[in-house]
Design a protein around this ligand. Sequence first.
Ligand code: GLU
Length: 510
Amino acid sequence: MSDQTATKPRVRFAPSPTGFLHVGSARTFIFNWLYARHNGGTMVFRLDDTDVERNTDASVQSIFEGLRWLGLNWDEEYKQSERLDLHRAAAQAIFEKGLAYRDFTPAHAAEGEASSAQGAWLFNPGMRELSREASDRRAAAGEPFALRYRVPRGAGRLVQFNDAVYGEMSKPADEVEDFALLRSDGNPTYHLSSCVDDADLRITQIIRGQDHLTNTFKHVLIFEGLGATPPQFAHLPLLVAPDGAKLSKRKHGPVVSVTTYRDAGFVPEAFINFLCLLGWSPKNDLEFMQIAQLTELFTLEGVNRSNAVVNFSEETPFDPKAVHLNGEHLRVLSVEDLTQRLLPFFVNAGLIATDPSSSPSSFENGGIDDAAIKKLLAVTPLIRERIRLMAEAPAAADFFFLSELPPYDPAELIPQISKKEQGDAALALRVLKHAAEVLDETDFNHDALDHALREAAADLGLKAGPMFQPIRVAVCGRKNAPPLFETMVVLGKETCLTRIRQAEEKLTTL
Ligand code: GLU
């Protein structure tokens, strides 16, 4: 039993709360989560909040908000800022072993001058070689210092690790500078805190962005200093824009932020599916995958090294593959589930009213009347094939909810009789008048409407198409609309007849 527990992976997602949740971070989270769940391991969430100057509460909120939306949970949660004593104690232990030294040079001077003049590693040879006695004396006198790792020097010395994605990584130790473990204010650096926590939390795999690949040489040295075996590293390829530049909010705008996808009406299932295809390929080249299948198939061997391109442009603000996958995911949700998710979009569009004192995103207790919910439940199956993002739903279905149709061009009411023959306003009027008479006598259910309107077409010597077009435009205010009979059933007899009469009036203005 204990053997088994020992081999179960422990992975972590460790965001720094210095910005909103980036799509690349979301992918890192997801890959860690899939790895943990695939292997029956533990998912750790760790907030890397040691950089007090750059941390913001808004960023913490954005990270939690984004992750909550993804709906993937974690098993353990930590905050680095609550573990600073541990980090300082570890720095002290490394120092006591002689693997770190105090650098009394003010940080800015040390970093600039020496590195450019003598090679990056020789931060400050005077400090590196300072005797322990002199160092203790100056520290005791209250002189501020940074604590630097004493990177082993000498020709032929290599720092090495085996990355699960990038393979054997190796660098001459002389190319690694004597990096700081503690700043001169006594606070640990990211490198120190991260490694101390990874060791203390018994992390077995570090799965993170490729931008940390070069940091890893330093991390391997810190693990050595701690006397701990480094975890396995797996770096994920960068997400880049079509022009090859690393995705960044400054350059690429909202497409980089997770909440943009949520607000545009992606379902998290599709967003997760899409992100998984950025830098990972399942063995069988599947594209549409649900979480369960992703979990079953996910392995680090499937992660590629080449940058993953997110395709977007001014005309198509989201990657077409993401949009397509979203459409597919919408189609497999139950009507009730999809309706629940669509509801806030209708509320926000002002098509469904809500009690202002309650939350618009909550369906069960959101103060929305039963009739509106019942109507949306009936509308959902009619529009689900016609939308790919949930934010498109209100525009595709507004005519179900509006008491007055938005203005439309009455010429749209005039049907095409055949490929070559165009009808005229008089024909449209005849169709609508006859339809109104017939519909007045018809039960509003699918089959009765189908039967009655086909018969009405025959009465006028018309095919179904030219009969249905004026009716469709009259009741929906547009040609492009869901199936006619189902639509009319949802709208009900009274609304349909009123709109048909209004359309007749519009035709007289032509
Ligand atoms: N806090 C670091 C970041 O957000 C974590 C990197 C890591 O996974 O070690 O980039």
